[in-house]
Design a protein around this ligand. Sequence first.
Ligand code: NAP
Ligand code: 8YV
Length: 325
Amino acid sequence: MTQETKAVTILVPGKLMDHAAERIGDEFNMVRIPRADPSLITEELAANVRGIAAFGGVNAAMIDALPRLEIIASFGVGYDSVDAPHAGARGVMVTNTPDVLTEEVADTAIGLLINTVRELPRAEAYLREGRWAAEGPYPLTKATLRGRRAGIFGMGRIGTAIARRLEAFGLTVAYHNRRRVEGLTYDYHSTLASLALAVDTLICVAPGGKATEKAVDAAVLSALGPDGIFINVGRGSTVDEAALAAALADGTILAAGLDVFADEPRVPQALLDAPNATLLPHVASASVHTRNAMADLVVDNLLSWFSDGKPLTPVPETAHVKYRK
Ligand code: NAP
Ligand code: 8YV
């Protein structure tokens, strides 16, 4: 703890992991409010807050309500709920938590893929319901991983970690990004539709936000085809959920595995009702080990900014923001 940072007021709107809150309380003058709502900003907060540690969204109005704000340290690698372009225009630095969760999220993506393809959660429910003893073996699964062609939508840090695992499982890998990744030998597709046509297993790990909104739509699902498996560990906003529910119901695709939804924690009834959907409550990074590492990176970004004058993991939209020293 330094005298310098102890005088700095950090606002924590809404919930934040205890591990992060304890460290922020030790190192800074931490103030908590129930949510990131500009109507909760008193004159005193407006005069003093220089940093935000955010688990959830921070919009333009919230940024504008804090004239002395210098940095928003966001919890999570995806920061679509933070208005980073507005922060950048206001000279406010935004940081996220890349890398420390990459392998965990990739592990979960593979687990979700296998659960979806081989119906393991349904097979376990069958056993627990006493049906194995009463009715005999669980039916053979229609799908297998064997011979599958995987396509990754969002071949970044996590996409690459998923691709490595898929290769080890014997699947072929192709991908779609806005730009080809130099040095990567997987087949590149300049459109999502072309990728979906070329593969039977589409894994979305692209960021949310306007640029990807409902990118996985009826046409993409139809291109994936009747043997198609769709996995989403990116953001729910990237999928047209009504089109997905319809595609699962009418056999346009075979099955889906989803960790993320457009309006969390609300999950559309049509997806809850779909027996061929495997659903998780946004848990891809949710181990104590990895969430603690993410929490540490949130606090370390604040400490680095206020002690050394620079962020550790700035997001591209605020890369131009002048460092403090
Ligand atoms: P990353 O390294 O920045 O990778 C993102 C990839 O998506 C990049 O390769 C990027 O390539 C591509 N991309 C971005 N915008 C695109 C667009 N409009 N169209 C096509 N491709 C696009 O990020 P990461 O660390 O791998 O994380 C990826 C995302 O995973 C996060 O943003 C977050 O939403 C999600 N996530 C979810 C969980 C969870 O709990 N389920 C956990 C962690 C992360 P180009 O720039 O060339 O397009
Ligand atoms: C977290 C995530 O669950 O890092 C991300 O982008 O989606 C997850 O790791 C989320 O950030 C918690 O708010």
